[in-house]
Design a protein around this ligand. Structure first.
Ligand code: NAD
Ligand code: ZN
Length: 245
């Protein structure tokens, strides 16, 4: 089985400020389907046809039915060894931040405290008109599409859809931490969804070492310091031995 290079282990151990950037791949082994995998389809729709403001405008009930299905899939799912190791690593470093593209909430469920959710969270809803926002863990939702208790307008999932900008403050924070870390671990992201895909480049340009963990080659594989063809859980099991034994 492929090993983590000694130099990469050394860089991980010696880092003062470590940023972990994760994508759908880290949750794949927990059973959350990735968008681009074979299990990403619901009925005959592709996520790119449903996770958009246009789709929601056209047919909010259909989009909510899809989220209802996804929420039902994610609800019983537990974090895996990769989420757990990352949560434990937080205690080893002076500064340690998780930046995730995932909306499944599994980093927090695993115990990570400093988590920047770039694309929001599937367990939060927000009003399409007023400022109302709340956590909502009802599975399945009783009312479809759900309405705002304050103004009766439509509620939507508090996630970032294709074609929508990220929350400005959230993005600025992610960029700041990418600029100021000395090591970035990039796990399970295809590095094609912007602006998240730029964060490893920002880190690299500011002098940080970057380690990628992905069974597939991605657009950033060639520019990182180490690109490891490992699955997230396999990587975590190996890294745990070096960090905790
Ligand atoms: P993505 O673009 O981050 O691609 C998934 C990547 O994970 C691929 O490069 C794949 O090679 C890799 N991968 C697959 N299995 C892996 C494993 N076991 N270990 C490590 N890497 C593995 O994600 P996407 O599915 O194309 O989705 C794009 C966006 O959609 C995400 O950024 C996110 O906002 C949203 N999304 C979130 C979730 C979630 O919350 N779990 C799931 C699907 C999609
Ligand atoms: Zn409202």
């Amino acid at each position: 089985m492929k090993e983590i290079p000694e130099e990469a282990i050394k860089a991980i151990k010696e880092a003062n400020k470590l940023v972990v950037l994760t994508g759908a791949g880290i949750s794949a082994e927990s059973g959350v389907p990735t968008f681009r995998g074979k299990n990403g389809l619901w009925k005959r729709f592709r996520p790119e046809e449903l996770a958009t403001p246009t789709a929601f405008k056209k047919d909010p009930k259909l989009v909510w039915e899809w989220y209802n299905w996804r929420r039902g899939l994610i609800a019983p799912i537990e974090p895996n060894e990769a989420h757990r190791l990352i949560a434990e690593m937080e205690k080893l470093y002076p500064e340690f931040i998780v930046i995730t593209q995932n909306i499944d909430g599994l980093h927090k469920k695993a115990g990570s405290k400093k988590v920047i959710e770039l694309h929001g969270n599937i367990w939060r809803v927000k009003c399409t008109k007023c400022k109302f926002k709340e956590e909502n863990r009802q599975v399945p939702l009783k009312e479809l599409p759900p309405k705002c208790p304050k103004c009766q307008s439509l509620l939507r999932p508090d996630v970032v859809w294709f074609g929508e900008p990220l929350d400005k403050e959230v993005l600025e924070e992610a960029i700041f931490h990418s600029e100021t870390c000395d090591l970035m671990l990039v796990i399970g992201t295809s590095a094609v969804v912007q602006p998240a895909a730029s964060l490893p480049l920002i880190a690299k340009n500011k002098g940080a070492k970057v380690i990628e963990v992905n069974p597939e080659i991605t657009p950033i594989s060639a520019i990182v310091d180490w690109s490891l063809r490992l699955k997230a859980v396999e990587f975590a099991q190996k890294l745990r031995e070096h960090l905790f034994s």
